[in-house]
Design a protein around this ligand. Sequence first.
Ligand code: XIL
Length: 381
Amino acid sequence: MTNHHLSRRAFLASAPLALAGCHRDLLSIPPPPPAQEITGPGSLRQHAAQHILLYGCAVNVKLLSTDPAYADLVRTQSSILVAENAMKWGPLRPTPTTFNFDQADALVAFVEQNRLKLRGHNLLWHRALPAWFAAYANRANAEQLMLQHIDQVAGRYAGRMHSWDVVNEAILPSDGRSDGLRNSPWLQLLGPTYIETAFRAARAADPQALLTYNDYGIEGEDPAAQRKRDAVLLLLRRLKTRNVPIDAMGIQSHISAGPRHVYGPGLMRFLADLRELDLQVFLTELDVNDRDLPLKPTGARDEAVAATYRQYLDLVLREPAVRVVLTWGITDRATWLNGEDARADHQPERCLPFDRDYAPTPAFFAMRNSFDRRPAIRAAL
Ligand code: XIL
């Protein structure tokens, strides 16, 4: 290694004699930012931006309006946001004939005041359906219900969204269908073409948003993940062949720390297949579940979580089609992992780039370093 590659500090430490009498200003090496600088040029958003990446996070809209420190953290680290829940059917649809846009509108206002981008999540999912849905929806009214929802919701924010998750989690090979589709209420009511119909409706409602198919469980090297990737590719190829408007694949990236969890060539092959289909790739819901790690010592747990962020991002960011990375939350104070998929000991997870007191965790620095290590991407892509 030449001196050129050493950090200023390492260089100074390694050559005290050679430097004796040499004025600091004569050194051409720019001083590194102080280690504690984590905003502005030290933020995740700025490190990501240097590598054709948008970094952002899922937000709790209520916290944004009640906790100024949380709002500050979100604003300084992110260039793109997504509502953790506020744009799902449940919150938006109090009754079959009405909409409540209060929270969604508040988020759009926050994003526009701070000149951030916004993803919509999501237009169709088998979960978060309102309580009235099961009794109200039937084969006769379901298509109208779906089309009206997409038209009203995507239409309301048309031209202002970076992207929309049009369909979320529609693949589940273990449901046993040859096409790999999940036996969701939408499938039961409308048949397999509901996906295509939804994408066409979303394009009509907001021609500018990038339309995304989003799913989980495709990250690992285990046979179940490989089956899921195969089934997702089958769906995406079918959509592309039929000229369905779709621009991106969202890989949720709810991953886990611990020796059982590995990320590798199967995922990279999948990413290359997506690129060959002309799809961008967004990591939409990244977090690292620490439930397979011992609780103590906390430092070792944090390092293992950070190592998983590092391994996953170093791998995935090699693929030029990857353009967006969002974590599902930004602070351990507000993470869904303490509810679903919680640790067996019920202790709080340490899964995100900031801890409960909004201090950066080893995961923050691991993410930032992985962004920095991203290989150069050709501008043509
Ligand atoms: C989760 C939210 O984080 C929770 O607050 C809510 O109770 C359930 O949904 N995949 C998705 C997200 O696409 O919408 C889910 O969000 C997490 C898994």
